[in-house]
Design a protein around this ligand. Structure first.
Ligand code: SME
Length: 137
């Protein structure tokens, strides 16, 4: 809206800020509900390119969060059976939903190359980030 920067530029800058400043955040990206389809579509991200630009609801960690509307913290991705691997270097993942007017419209997805790095402090911090993101969508 009233800004020099597009929505996608703002989201990309948030990804860059998080990936640059938090050493165990190694891939940071946004997925959003794809129109009225029951799938997620990849938005701005930083880190290795991924083949998984579309994720059906229910599939993988991201697809499960699209359905559950809950944070999903994965300390060890190798212990998950419903998991979509994007890179062999990834050890852990955190996905936090983004709500606009109470509706789950997308999520922030963070992969870590460090085993079991995410704490409740990450959840609270990323919930705050997602609340701010919701105001600029
Ligand atoms: N690992 C995710 C897929 C997205 S990548 O991490 C970028 C999942 O299981 O949903």
């Amino acid at each position: 809206s009233n800004s020099t920067f597009s929505k996608d530029e703002k989201l990309l800058n948030i990804c860059k800020l998080l990936e640059t400043n938090i050493e165990y955040y190694n891939w940071v990206g946004f997925y959003f509900k794809n129109g009225d389809k029951n799938e997620l579509k990849l938005g701005p991200y930083v880190g290795e390119p991924t083949d998984h630009t579309i994720i059906p609801f229910g599939k993988g960690i991201c697809g499960q969060v699209a359905v559950s509307n809950k944070n999903f913290v994965v300390p060890d991705v190798s212990a998950q059976d419903n998991y979509i691997a994007c890179s062999i270097t990834v050890k852990a993942e955190i996905v936090i939903p983004i709500f606009v007017n109470g509706e789950n419209i997308g999520q922030i997805d963070i992969d870590s190359n460090t085993p079991d790095p995410f704490t409740e402090a990450d959840e609270r911090f990323l919930e705050f980030v997602c609340q701010k993101v919701a105001t600029l969508l």
